[in-house]
Design a protein around this ligand. Structure first.
Ligand SMILES: Cc1cc2nc3c(=O)[nH]c(=O)nc-3n(C[C@H](O)[C@H](O)[C@H](O)COP(=O)(O)OP(=O)(O)OC[C@H]3O[C@@H](n4cnc5c(N)ncnc54)[C@H](O)[C@@H]3O)c2cc1C
Length: 326
């Protein structure tokens, strides 16, 4: 049985209404266990609004509804989930905290996620305490997944960038010219502010302490927002296809659609497509040249739909594929 301890959130920053970064200090007179970049820890709050399974939807997925007490109030209790550590071990050694990048989950039926809602609700009034398992674990690490590779392509979508932020920050902290691998991070979120870590990642790239290329894109570019030309456009899966000279998923679906209904759906998807565009200073060749399929590994974490498409591109271009399952 893993020991449970109670830490305190010392820094909480809303990146958007549904995205948050926070730092957790360990229980007083304790330190967090040593960890490797890419690992995760289990967190718990005891003030979560509970749900219960009420049936199964036509698509076979379980349906959850608020769990109500006899007076019609939603029951409150504990929920524990795993979260990837977004801080680097070097930062934890220096400051003591762990950092996390968390999304406010909304289920298929519009119910807020039990634990993520409680984490977003943390305040002095509701308490900033978070219980944690005193163990940081997982094998989504460079030593376990990227051994022997000369080039590592990270693809992080949404909060799935967290393990890569930890890895990149740690490589920067250790950067002493001794690591001759090439690291490339393709990082996508809906909007530029939601990338969450782009300022730090641009700074690390500019510092040049190891061979690192940062390729951020947004999947919902706004014509009204100021355009940062260092940030490209399109979903990570389509940007990857663009880099490797493949049509987008939507274009491919349109070509293969059989029957009127499928063709109409494919046409609508194609009309709505945000075409992949790389940051203005980069070309597909510049990135492709860094990722020789025979000597590279692609590590991805995040949105499961994107991940499935990224896996298929990796297979088509014969690049070794590794993913973190959330
Ligand atoms: C290794 C790992 C690392 C992760 N890292 C991160 C991270 O860095 N950042 C991040 O944001 N997330 C991360 N996650 C996801 C995270 O663990 C949670 O799953 C997520 O925050 C949603 O939790 P929730 O309690 O808010 O949602 P839940 O309430 O658990 O809802 C999520 C889904 O669970 C189902 N559900 C609802 N009620 C119940 C119930 N009573 N019983 C069972 N299922 C139910 C529904 O299908 C719902 O859509 C990670 C997951 C793993 C496995």
């Amino acid at each position: 049985m893993v020991e449970q301890k109670t830490g305190t959130v010392v820094h909480k920053k809303l990146v958007s209404e549904t995205l948050m970064r926070f730092r957790l200090m360990p229980e007083p007179d304790n330190r967090f266990p040593d960890y490797d970049e890419g690992q995760y820890i289990a967190l718990r709050r005891d003030d979560c609004k509970l749900t219960r399974k009420t049936g199964v939807a036509p698509d076979g997925k379980p349906v959850y509804e608020p769990d109500l007490d006899p007076w019609g109030r939603q029951t409150i209790g504990s929920v524990t989930h795993s979260y990837s550590v977004a801080s680097a071990p070097a930062e934890t050694a220096e400051h003591g905290w762990l950092e996390f990048f968390v999304a406010l989950e909304y289920g298929v039926h519009g119910l807020p996620g039990r634990l993520s809602e409680a984490l977003f609700g943390m305040s002095k009034e509701t308490s900033c305490e978070v219980t944690y398992h005193d163990r940081i674990t997982g094998n989504f690490t460079l030593s376990a997944r990227a051994e022997d590779a000369k080039s590592v392509l990270f693809i992080g979508t949404g909060t799935g960038v967290a393990p890569f932020v930890s890895m990149v920050k740690e490589l920067h902290a250790r950067g002493d010219g001794g690591d001759d691998r090439r690291y490339t991070l393709l990082h996508t979120n809906r909007t530029a502010p939601e990338l969450g870590y782009h300022d730090t990642l641009f700074e690390i790239e500019a510092a040049g302490r190891f061979d690192f290329m940062y390729v951020p894109t947004v999947s919902r570019p706004s014509e009204h927002a100021a355009v940062d030309k260092r940030i490209g456009q399109g979903r990570a899966s389509n940007v990857l296809r663009h880099i490797f000279d493949l049509p987008t998923t939507e274009e491919e679906n349109q070509t293969s659609a059989g029957g009127d209904v499928a063709r109409t759906a494919a046409n609508i998807a194609l009309e709505r497509l945000v075409h992949p565009v790389l940051p203005s200073h980069l070309s597909p060749t510049a990135i492709r040249d860094r990722v020789d399929p025979a000597a590279s590994v692609l590590l991805t974490c995040g949105n499961p739909v994107s991940t499935a498409d990224i896996r298929s591109t990796a297979a088509r271009r014969q690049i070794r594929f590794e993913m973190e399952e959330w």
